[in-house]
Design a protein around this ligand. Sequence first.
Ligand code: HEM
Length: 219
Amino acid sequence: MFQKTFAWLDERLGLTTIYATVLDRKVPKVNWWFTLGSASLFLFVMQGVTGILLSVYYVPSPDHAYDSIQYIMNSVAFGWLILGIHHWGATLMVIVVFVHMLRTFFFAAYKYPREFTWFTGVILLLATLGMGFTGYLLPWNQRAYWATTVGTSIAGTVPFVGEFINRVLRGGAELSAVTLVRFFSVHIWWLPLIIGAMIGVHLYMVIKLGISSIPKEED
Ligand code: HEM
């Protein structure tokens, strides 16, 4: 019964071809450093799942943000666990993505024909850092408030356009409800969409080109 259903679907959707192309590929003999891209992908998905769960209780307004985080920590079943995973997962993701970048750099995997894979990687790194920056404000505690005040002030020191960037980030001269909602929107919509799209292109390149092998002495 199962085999018949699968064969019916496979004939129409080409499931075995998709499996062979995406997962059942020949890979050169590599080492554990080559698993960090998949680890980054896993962490992104984990951040997505825990983030969606947190959004059930989190309220992005100055009056309720702090209390909603306290509520998640103390009153929601396993809220502390979900928030803890999201909190530490963010730090881990930045580290893992960064070390993955170092791996591809030191193994010269950014060279022809993988320049575009590297280019999408740069956007992924910047967007991942952006997730950390925007997420840090959301608990709306003293540390979050002043860290973002400092962070946006640093952006304000960029020559010529600094003042403009600062105002766009804050949504005004000072941090306010506008800043919080702005950061929340970028954190849950804009950046995840950019990261999702870029991972799509990044993985398409990895599948199309295959992964590089470890450079040998004569290379
Ligand atoms: C969310 C972030 C990222 C994800 C999910 C991701 C995912 C992956 C995966 C699954 C691979 C396959 C090989 C491997 O695992 O090493 C890969 C390869 C690659 N990635 Fe990333 N990546 C990310 C960020 C980056 C960054 C920041 C850079 C560099 C700026 C980068 C550059 C590359 C390059 C050049 C390759 C080809 C490596 C090769 O062929 O040996 N990636 N990526």
